[in-house]
Design a protein around this ligand. Structure first.
Ligand code: UDP
Length: 402
């Protein structure tokens, strides 16, 4: 059943829902669309799956368009993605050509004439604005940390960003001083009613894990992330190798690939090769929201030791399920992992191993951190707060029609 706005009152109270409805009222009848490049895999798709429905249940006509492109395009945009996160790349004329040609194709295939507002997510569809901007409002929603972008790519990308009416970023520190369009801070969120986050009974959890041959008699530690070099599977494998010398446990690595990420096969092959030599490691590569849910609930702790991170929805997902997180302090992670309270911030596999042993040996600490994590997410990172942020921004750009 599709969740209605009222159902979220269980988590945030009736007054909050009434407020959201009031904020949505002036936007009734407005036509808005989001556009991004993947339907599943990764945090953006995760958010849009819930947010777009919720905007419709709030009475705003909201669509979701997918940017359709070739493998070559996604190879180029993955390079852009890496460069925007600070990596030096070979930024050739060929890459620009491929990018701009697919942008033009998608611009021909999409029509926004009757729209009031378009939200473009991330760099893949960014430059469509140059072909399609008319009288509607265009907002660019950037989900990654672009503060230290590789200058040649930044110069190319930023000329399109400047054509937007506003830009939405996840954290204050991602603000770019040479972009003068209005910036809004919108932190990501999780949906407590989605397949991935809704309550599960112990029987359902056990069944989901049993189907993967996971016997939870041995304590589970896990990582759930796309196969991406910035996610640092290697750091988690090194941590686990250290932990295993001192405690009994098993590692579950779950990671599907996003369809716009051609590098993931190589990362997967590398991880697969390494885990073959290790004991009690389960590698899961198919997409299954209920299984993610069950794992995040059953695990004693979750790792998110990213080298770069936009926000890290996996962290909020685990905390919501009362599971402490051991993580690096990258991107939005420290907003979620309060060191010593909702989990541990670590700087090396050695520290991560120490934190793991501490948690594995101390169920009371696990429980206290779990309770603090759930409360922290409830107060800050639920989809209702996210909807409120969007409504506030939309109302600013689309004043009520008289
Ligand atoms: N995810 C998933 N299956 C996987 C790996 C990841 O469903 O095998 C989900 C994960 O639960 C989360 C999202 O993908 O909802 C990842 O979002 P995050 O912000 O952590 O990272 P991103 O992939 O966007 O960089």
């Amino acid at each position: 059943m599709i969740p209605k706005l009222e159902q979220y009152a269980t988590y945030v109270g009736k007054a909050q829902i009434r407020k959201l409805k009031e904020e949505a009222k002036p936007l009734k009848g407005r036509h808005i669309s989001h556009i991004n490049s993947v339907a599943t895999g990764g945090g953006v798709a995760e958010i849009l799956n819930s947010l777009v429905l919720l905007m419709n249940t709030a009475g705003i006509k909201t669509g979701w368009r997918l940017f359709k492109a070739s493998e070559s395009f996604f190879q180029v945009t993955k390079k852009f993605h890496n460069a925007l996160q600070g990596e030096k790349i070979n930024f050739s004329a060929r890459k620009k050509r491929i990018y701009l040609e697919e942008i033009e194709k998608n611009s021909i295939m999409n029509h926004f004439d009757d729209h009031d507002l378009i939200v473009v997510h991330d760099p893949q569809p960014l430059a469509m604005i140059k072909h399609l901007k008319k009288k509607q409002t265009w907002l660019w929603r950037c989900h990654i940390d672009i503060k230290h972008a590789y200058p040649p790519v930044w110069n190319f990308i930023s000329r399109y960003i400047r054509q937007y009416d506003g830009m939405l970023i996840s954290m204050e520190k991602y603000k770019h001083s040479n972009i003068s369009i209005p910036n809004f801070i919108v932190q990501p969120s999780i949906d407590p009613l989605s397949f991935k986050n809704r309550d599960l009974s112990q029987k359902e959890i056990s069944r989901l894990l049993w189907k993967q041959n996971i016997d939870s008699d041995k304590p589970i530690v896990c990582m759930i992330s796309r196969f991406d070099k910035w996610k640092n599977h290697d750091g988690v494998l090194k941590t686990y190798a250290k932990v295993r010398k001192k405690a009994k446990c098993q590692l579950v690595l779950m990671g599907s690939s996003a369809s716009d990420d051609p590098e993931s096969l190589q990362i997967f092959a590398d991880v697969n090769h390494k885990v073959k030599k290790m004991k009690d490691v389960t590698l899961i590569t198919h997409h299954d929201d209920f299984l993610v849910n069950a794992l995040q609930r059953e695990a004693k702790l979750v790792y998110q030791m990213s080298l770069r991170e936009g926000f890290g929805l996996t962290v909020s997902e685990a905390l919501w399920k009362k599971t402490p997180v051991i993580a690096t302090n990258r991107g939005g992670i420290p907003l979620q992992v309060i060191d010593g309270k909702t989990g541990f911030i670590v700087h090396s596999p050695g520290q991560a191993a120490d934190a793991t042993l501490k948690l594995l040996k101390n169920p009371k600490l696990q429980e206290d951190m779990g309770a603090a994590g759930r409360e922290h997410v409830k107060n800050n990172f639920l989809i209702t707060r996210h909807l409120h942020d969007y409504l506030r921004i939309f109302n600013q750009y689309l004043p009520a029609e008289k």
